[in-house]
Design a protein around this ligand. Structure first.
Ligand code: WT7
Length: 646
């Protein structure tokens, strides 16, 4: 496969960008015709941001898995689609060719059909990073079921909330998952999530860890048994053809992925098939400058959008080899990524700044004797990268020979919106740089006016919005379209608001400065402060709490919680542990506060609003310059909080 739409020079980028803005329909029709459509679209784009309503390739019919699998079989059938590396370095790797992947996906699609899954049904997937997770996701897509993958670190309560919101009737899980030295009892967490649930009809369980699990009669079935029925041709209901794909409208939902916002409850971001396919493919090929035959290693978990777009759909739709890793970067030691790169001769490494910072902390020893010369392109995603980490990545991993792409995007954007193109457009440490073709960023002030006034360094600074839709913009938030409108399209009329702040320099490069809403980015994971507060407040002794972020050397941001506690308080350290246990139970360990400070009151305005600005400054250690506190109901509480800072 060669890609006619791969941008080959800075000039070509400029031309493509210009055309994408002047004639978006012509531009995207040219790209989209490189895919396999069962029926061509009637219109390329219809949209308004008021409702909002966005339709790409309306009238077009396709199945994304035919684009990720079937169309490659003839030429790339024997080529690895997925190379899987176990958590355990001693365990044999698994190499899944396109032919094999196609077969497994078709078989599991049939399993889903046998179990009553139909087009449009929601299927929740809660598995570790094993090839069967990829089969499960793609099998859903093959039959038009809407997958909703939940990261293995979320608690039973979080799963229960998501199941309820999605009204999911089906779950695919494992007995357990390996992550470093830990074993996560996935099925047991699912069992807890299902207490009282009346909607889920079927749970399919794959055996990974051989942890004992309870299998409920009539509800739970083993993956292996179900696959045997299909592969041995036993008992397949009549009239259903093996491997037959569901032909989807371009705008039919492909998946739901839950993500945190500034309110208490996570939102189910909905992506559809046509636009999402085109965008993940286009950005994969252009940002990483993917060359046929290369091995791409994205270290994200498929429980997050990065894994959806750049382990599965982007690379597979391009016929690439995607390396899937079950474990963690620091187990059994901090050289694990480098071992994997050496072992498989990885060409593209895509990881998070938090991982780079954490590995930097181990010094250069873990790199000794590791041959990283296969690397051609490096990428980062998920949070701003500090210059120190950028230079370490450049020097010690890329050996100053690999372009680094800093890709800015979000769950809601489906794929990368702002990034340099590897080796094609200029890189600038800690800058995401230029928008992809089709992406029209604009910086606005609080009132929504475009920022035009430059600071002394010639920079514009404002809230980052996007003026027009790109193919993989979210279409709705599941079950609540109004929530989608108010969250993303109502802050500034006729603009998509990202929730991020940004700078723009004289070259037109963007630098993302971080969230401007009450959303934290902890180790590249999105966590809403309101969500953490709700969880803390569930603890019986807690009266009220306020959560803010503070700079953290490795995680990027840490979680700082101010808690008013009225319960029995024999030992504050024990109470803290109880609160952490509560957060772990309600959300998951990823949301545990790094610091908890007990306070007798919170700084509030006369109207009762918590002044988070003050709490943030104290958590950041900026104690001397708190700004105006005269509007507070009880300014005295600020001194107490300052004195008790941890
Ligand atoms: C938020 C989105 C993108 C997939 C993984 C995270 C932050 C993301 C960058 C970057 C600076 C970044 C933003 C964004 N972010 N990439 N390259 N530079 N910040 O997806 O969980 O939806 O989080 O991550 O703040 O809004 P997500």
């Amino acid at each position: 496969m060669s890609f006619s739409y791969q941008i080959k020079s800075y000039n070509e980028y400029k031309e493509a960008y210009k055309k994408s803005v002047e004639d978006p329909e012509g531009f995207w029709a040219d790209v989209a015709q490189n895919f396999y459509w069962r029926r061509k679209w009637d219109t390329v784009l219809k949209w308004n941001f008021k409702e909002p309503r966005v339709e790409w390739f309306a009238g077009g019919k396709l199945n994304i898995t035919e684009n990720c699998l079937d169309r490659h079989l003839e030429k790339l059938g024997d080529k690895p689609a997925i190379i899987w590396e176990s958590n355990d370095p001693e365990e044999k790797p698994r190499v899944i060719t396109y032919t094999r992947l196609h077969k497994r996906v078709c078989q599991f699609a049939q399993v889903l059909r046998n179990n009553g899954v139909k087009k449009g049904d929601r299927v929740c997937i809660y598995m570790g990073m094993i090839p069967e997770l990829a089969y499960a996701v793609l099998a859903c897509a093959r039959i038009g079921a809407i997958h909703s993958v939940i990261f293995g670190g979320f608690s039973a309560q979080s799963i229960a909330d998501r199941l309820e919101d999605a009204q999911a009737e089906f779950i695919i899980t494992c007995d357990g998952a390996h992550r470093g030295a830990k074993e996560i009892p996935l099925k047991s967490v699912i069992d807890d999530a299902l207490i009282g649930n009346k909607v889920v009809k079927r749970v399919i369980v794959y055996t990974r860890t051989r942890t004992p699990v309870s299998m409920l009669k009539g509800r739970d079935v083993w993956w292996e048994d179900e696959m045997r029925i299909v592969s041995e041709g036993l008992d397949v209901p009549q009239g259903i053809n093996f491997g037959e794909v569901e032909i989807m409208d371009a705008e039919d939902p492909l998946f739901i992925l839950y993500t945190s916002g500034s309110t208490g409850k996570p939102k189910g971001v909905v992506h559809t098939s046509g636009g999402y396919m085109v965008w993940t493919n286009y950005t994969f090929i252009n940002v990483f400058q993917y060359q046929p035959g290369q091995i791409h290693f994205c270290t994200a978990d498929i429980g997050w959008i990065t894994g959806h777009s750049y382990i599965l759909y982007g690379p597979l739709s391009a016929g690439a080899t995607s390396l899937m890793f079950e474990g963690i970067p620091t187990w059994p030691d901090a050289g694990r990524f480098w071992d994997i790169i050496d072992k498989y001769k990885v060409n593209i490494l895509y990881t998070a700044p938090t991982a780079i910072r954490s590995l930097m902390g181990f010094g250069l020893d873990p790199l000794k004797g590791k041959d990283l010369s296969s690397l051609k392109v490096l990428g980062t995603v998920g949070e701003p990268i500090n210059e120190e980490a950028w230079h370490w990545y450049d020097e010690h991993i890329g050996k100053k020979k690999c372009p680094i792409v800093d890709t800015w995007w979000q769950t809601e954007t489906g794929g990368t919106l702002i990034s340099n193109l590897a080796g094609i457009t200029p890189a600038k440490p800690s800058w995401a740089t230029l928008p992809m073709p089709g992406v029209q960023p604009i910086l606005v002030d609080e009132s929504g006016k475009e920022v035009t006034e430059k600071d002394d360094q010639g920079m514009l600074k404002g809230n980052l919005c996007i003026k027009a839709p790109w193919p993989s913009i979210l279409r709705t938030t599941y079950g609540d379209h109004e929530r989608c409108r108010t969250n993303y399209f109502a802050t500034y009329p006729d603009l998509y608001f990202t929730g991020d702040g940004a700078l723009k320099n004289e070259e037109g490069f963007y630098r993302i400065t971080g969230r401007v809403d009450d959303v934290l980015n902890v180790s590249g994971h999105r966590i809403g402060t309101a969500e953490v507060e709700n969880a803390i407040n569930m603890h019986a002794g807690v009266v009220e709490s306020a959560v803010v972020g503070y700079p953290h050397d490795i995680k990027g941001q840490g979680i700082y919680a101010y808690v008013i506690f009225s319960g029995r308080h024999v030992d504050p350290e024990l109470t803290k542990k109880d609160i952490l246990a509560t957060v772990t139970r309600i959300i998951g360990a990823i949301a545990k506060p790094d610091k908890i400070q007990f306070v007798s009151g919170l700084p509030k305005t006369r109207s009762g609003k918590i002044m988070r600005r003050i709490l943030r400054k104290i958590a950041e250690g900026e104690i001397s310059n708190l700004g105006d506190i005269s509007t507070l109901l009880d300014p005295g509480v600020v001194d107490e909080i300052k004195n008790g800072k941890i």
